[in-house]
Design a protein around this ligand. Structure first.
Ligand SMILES: Nc1ncnc2c1ncn2[C@@H]1O[C@H](COP(=O)(O)OP(=O)(O)OP(=O)(O)O)[C@@H](O)[C@H]1O
Ligand SMILES: O=c1[nH]c(=O)c2[nH+]cn([C@@H]3O[C@H](COP(=O)(O)O)[C@@H](O)[C@H]3O)c2[nH]1
Ligand SMILES: NC(=O)CC[C@H](N)C(=O)O
Ligand SMILES: [Mg+2]
Length: 513
């Protein structure tokens, strides 16, 4: 089998808020894209033979001490480069131009004067709108560059040196508020880098299967399977690559949704011919969590315990070196990278014990959820798996605030089941990213059957999102909220109050811990 030629573009991440968006936009244009930290050695980048490189934006100023910078040898590789915002400022500084603090910063929608409609800006009118977010500016383009656009406050808003295949823009083409942004990226990819747009889910699947085969050879593999979208897709993909060498381990950590333990086993035993081991580890997790209230501690304990369970199973099955996880790109970014801050440690990335002996196989590590779903459909996974709402590995432990006890978990499981039922009944399940119940660590006074009650409050959260990096709360119909609320207080005796979470992400996150 010959694989389609890989067209790879690399985004070098300087810590920008929108770095992941650049990667998404490029893949929307059917070019595969990976993000690497700015400090990645040039030799390593060149070895991947990328068709192009994009420098992201970033919070620093290039003239500061210790500002993130890549090795200037990158300009000598002949690979086309597009610098965006900080990326442009860095290119200007490293190649002998000038960068300094702007008199007036530009933030938001900004008028752009296009001075030369070259290969990159050919799609733009002489006066265009773009989206800016910067406080520094390029004062002087480096020798050999021409200035192709400016704004009222930025003498150099775009600059190019076509002979060296170097291009740069101060504005952000990756955000939707730059109407021609996607056309600019397309011009870079297709007209400048010479990409053809070969990246489809089908081609990704072929490559990923071949890559897993190559790495694993005839060895045995273990896969942590939760029944969620990511691990199911990862498991089926790895099964395609190595067949029976794969054993999946589904762990009941005592923090699953109501009925989930039975349901996942049923789906996987009936619909997939996959070796599945079910481990009842409820006692094990809950005793480790006893008395622990700090969210990050809880996450670390769970992350480690998952691996310990996998290790025990591996020892039982004998001689297993590889562990498959359904880790996605946002898990990696949020757990903190060389450039991005730790928001919360996802159990499968930031919480792995240091002495772990498995080698990780994570075929979805570069994908976003919508891409994983497309991949699941490509492999004909059932709708109930592909369109299942995400559920975090630490499960109810991050939805029971404070100490986790079996009693509190049972309350939140019941409430969660009611939320799911009502959301499905209203036909909203698939349209909503996630909808669930939370048990804040608080009780309040109520009155029921003419008697005073002092019981738990349950919070409901429902959010829309594209990739979990940002999210907005769902304007649920009042009737649905009412049905959820009245069922929860009448069916769950420990609860006397229901509230609805109306915060977006940012500033909140989707889960409460
Ligand atoms: N109960 C579990 N048993 C075994 N492995 C698990 C369990 N929960 C999570 N994992 C492992 O951790 C990884 C990350 O969990 P995560 O919740 O992000 O993904 P998922 O459950 O596969 O999909 P989804 O995000 O749709 O819930 C999973 O892909 C899986 O490898
Ligand atoms: O497998 C997981 N392990 C975790 O530790 C974890 N923490 C959050 N999530 C899920 O990630 C998405 C973003 O969540 P936050 O806005 O709460 O960071 C949402 O979809 C969350 O449900 C996790 N998934
Ligand atoms: N968004 C960015 O990349 C900002 C770059 C730089 N920190 C500036 O303010 O100009
Ligand atoms: Mg999950």
């Amino acid at each position: 089998m010959t694989l389609p030629e890989q067209e790879l573009v690399i985004v070098l991440d300087f810590g920008g808020q929108y770095s992941h968006l650049i990667a998404r936009r490029i893949r929307e244009l059917k070019v595969f894209c990976e993000m690497l930290p700015f400090s990645t050695p040039v030799a390593e980048i060149a070895a991947k033979k990328p068709k192009g490189i994009v420098f992201s934006g970033g919070p620093s100023s290039v003239y500061q001490d210790k500002a993130p910078a890549c090795d200037p040898a990158i300009y000598e590789t002949g690979i086309p480069i597009l610098g965006i915002c900080y990326g442009m400022q860095l290119m200007a500084q490293q190649l002998g131009g000038g960068v300094s603090r702007a008199v007036q910063r530009e933030y938001g929608k900004t008028g752009l004067n296009v001075l030369e409609r070259d290969k990159l800006l050919g799609c733009m009118e002489p006066v265009e709108q773009c989206w800016m977010s910067h406080g520094d500016r390029v004062e002087k383009a480096p020798p050999g560059f021409s200035i192709t656009a400016s704004t009222d406050h930025s003498p150099v808003a775009a600059m190019v040196c076509p002979d060296r295949r170097l291009y740069a823009v101060q504005f952000h083409p990756e955000v939707v508020h730059t109407p021609k942004g996607q056309d600019v990226l397309k011009a870079f990819l297709y007209d400048i880098c010479g990409c053809h747009g070969l990246w489809t889910m089908g081609s990704f699947l072929e490559r990923a299967v071949a890559e897993v085969k190559r790495r694993v050879g005839d060895k045995k593999v273990l896969c942590g399977l939760s029944g969620g979208v990511d691990s199911s897709v990862a498991a089926v993909l790895v099964q395609r690559a190595v067949g029976d060498q794969l054993t999946c381990v589904f762990v009941n950590q005592g923090l699953l949704r109501k009925g989930e333990a039975e349901q996942v086993q049923k789906t996987f035993r009936e619909k997939f011919k996959i070796n599945l081991v079910y481990v009842d580890a409820r006692e094990r997790f809950l005793s480790k969590l006893a008395g622990v209230t700090d969210p990050e501690r809880k996450r670390k304990i769970i992350g480690e315990e998952f691996i310990r369970v996998f290790e025990d199973e591996a020892a039982r099955l004998g001689d297993i070196d590889f562990l498959v996880q359904g880790t996605l790109y946002p898990d990696v970014v949020e757990s903190g990278t060389a450039t991005a801050a730790v928001i919360k440690s996802h159990h499968n990335v930031g919480c792995l014990p240091e002495d772990m002996k498995f080698e990780l196989v994570e075929p979805l590590r570069w994908l976003f959820k919508d891409e994983v779903r497309a991949l699941g459909e490509e492999m004909d996974l059932p709708e109930e798996v592909v369109w299942r709402q995400p559920f975090p590995g630490p499960g109810m432990a991050v939805r029971v605030l404070g100490e986790v006890t079996a009693e509190k978990v049972a309350v939140v499981q019941e409430a969660d089941a009611i939320v799911e039922e009502e959301i499905r009944k209203a036909g909203l399940y698939r349209r909503i990213w996630q909808s669930f119940a939370i048990l804040p660590d608080m009780k309040s006074v109520g009155v029921m059957g003419d008697e005073r009650t002092y019981s738990y409050t349950v919070a409901i959260r429902a959010v829309m999102s594209n990739d979990a990096m940002t999210a907005d709360w769902v304007r649920l119909p009042y009737e649905v909220l009412e049905a959820i609320s009245s069922r929860i207080v009448s069916e769950i005796k420990e609860v006397n109050r229901v509230v609805y979470d109306i915060t977006s992400k940012p500033p909140a996150t989707i889960e409460w811990e």
